[in-house]
Design a protein around this ligand. Structure first.
Ligand SMILES: C[S@@+](CC[C@H](N)C(=O)[O-])C[C@H]1O[C@@H](n2cnc3c(N)ncnc32)[C@H](O)[C@@H]1O
Length: 406
């Protein structure tokens, strides 16, 4: 509950705070964040004065207690008693309130996702402003699939080329090939052993759609630079699949540059990794056959892994991010040789962070739909970009490939 309260009140990242915690803690924290709007909808009638007036720890105790009672196999009285016990230890005066509210809320009906008489935000626990955008972008069927995926824990997937699969299988792990993305294995058994291998650098976890985004880079003449490269997933894919392509990979943040170096060490004999601001890249203008810019973004395609993003973000923040994205994309464009291509990608579905940025550049769209396996759902954008919506098989991404006509 302290983790949940820190995520809500201090802007902490849940996934970071959860490193090394027990699977049940993880499930409770991520579940309570994922279902926050629905949980609050069920709790609100029993809280005089409203949930917003409560101490953050008390709100967290109510959400976790109700999530555990309604959504996990824990017997209801045990889930309630545990929430009351933790509330008593953190905010002793609130234990009675947590007990009284939970005892009533556990009897409420969980909203049926298929019941169209209920508002979409209550059924799928997403903020209304985001749903309004996604209804327009995705249409009803893809939207429903995306929302369902966002409410389900993401399976762990690894990049086969960067994972000692045979050794892990000997340790009892079981993998299944990803249905759309060659070279990606979904972990079906043995997640703890895979987690150890990830920490030791014997495996590399990557979202399958991120692999597809890297593969959208066409073959080019001339060196390739990845400007916002850490932790290094896309550079790693390219290093394995097109060893001659990635010449340089950089990132602005020093700690993340160290991660990037670690990621590439096994794949590239002498990784040329640098620390630098992609807005002022320390590189020769006009010298590159391709530039990868996987830009810092709102992350609205990654809500199943980072459920808290939806509660922090608003349209004004999305608009503010585009200032940086346009600046980085313009600087990346300056590095392109004549005929060179920019791969501009984000794990955001939002129009202004993607098509809006692409349209601000004096570059020509390059067709990329043919680079994706046929089964991958996608929405084609006017400026040649593709949105890959979130599904049960991968995060959401938007990719543009643009050529310097000069
Ligand atoms: C979406 S992540 C990149 C993920 C990476 N391409 C991968 O596949 O693993 C965006 C990265 O941009 C970096 N970043 C943010 N602002 C930057 C800037 N001005 N210059 C360079 N890197 C920046 C962040 O540190 C972060 O590592």
């Amino acid at each position: 509950m302290t983790i949940l309260a820190r995520v809500e009140t201090r802007g902490a990242h849940a996934a970071r705070l959860l490193g090394g915690t027990a699977p049940l803690t993880r499930e409770l924290v991520l579940g309570a964040l994922r279902w926050q709007l629905t949980l609050d909808h069920l709790l609100a009638p029993f809280v005089r004065g409203g949930l917003a007036g409560l101490d953050g720890l008390v709100r967290a105790a109510l959400r976790v207690g109700l999530f555990e009672a309604q959504r996990l196999d824990t017997p209801v009285p045990i889930a309630v008693a545990e929430a009351v016990r933790v509330a008593r230890s953190l905010v002793p005066r609130a234990a009675g309130l947590v007990n009284a509210v939970l005892r009533r809320a556990v009897a409420a009906d969980w909203p049926d996702p298929g019941d169209e008489s209920l508002p979409l935000d209550v059924r799928f626990s997403h903020p209304a402003w985001l749903l309004e955008r996604w209804v327009r972008l995705l249409g009803a069927e893809r939207l429903r699939r995306a929302l369902t995926a966002n409410q389900t824990p993401a399976p762990l997937a690894v990049l086969a080329a960067a994972t000692d699969v045979a050794a892990l299988e000997r340790e009892g792990c079981r993998f299944e090939p990803h249905p759309w993305v060659d070279g990606v294995l979904v972990v079906r058994d043995g997640a703890p052993a895979v987690a150890t291998a990830l920490a030791e650098g014997r495996a590399y976890a990557m979202d399958p759609t991120a692999v597809l985004a890297a593969r959208c880079l066409p073959d080019v003449a001339g060196p390739v630079v990845d400007l916002a490269a850490a932790p290094g997933g896309k550079s790693l894919v390219l290093a394995h699949e097109r060893p001659a392509s990635v010449a340089l990979a950089g990132d602005r943040h020093l700690g993340r540059v160290a991660m990037l170096r670690r990621t590439l060490r096994g794949a590239v004999a002498n990784p040329l990794v640098f620390a630098g601001d992609a807005g002022r890249p320390p590189l020769r203008p006009g010298g590159f056959g391709a530039v990868l810019l996987d830009a810092p973004c709102s992350g609205t395609g990654t809500l199943r892994r980072h459920p808290e993003i939806r509660w922090r973000l608003d349209a004004a923040q999305v608009a503010r991010l585009t200032v940086l994205q346009r600046e980085l994309a313009a600087a990346a464009t300056g590095l392109l040789a004549p005929g060179g291509v920019l791969l501009y990608a984000t794990c955001s579905l939002e129009e202004e962070e993607n098509a809006g940025v692409a349209a601000s550049l004096r570059l020509e769209p390059v067709e990329i739909a043919g680079r994706l396996p046929a089964a991958v759902p996608r929405i084609e954008l006017p400026h040649g970009g593709l949105v890959i919506p979130p599904t049960e098989w991968g995060d959401g991404f938007t990719v543009h490939v643009l050529r310097n006509p000069a």
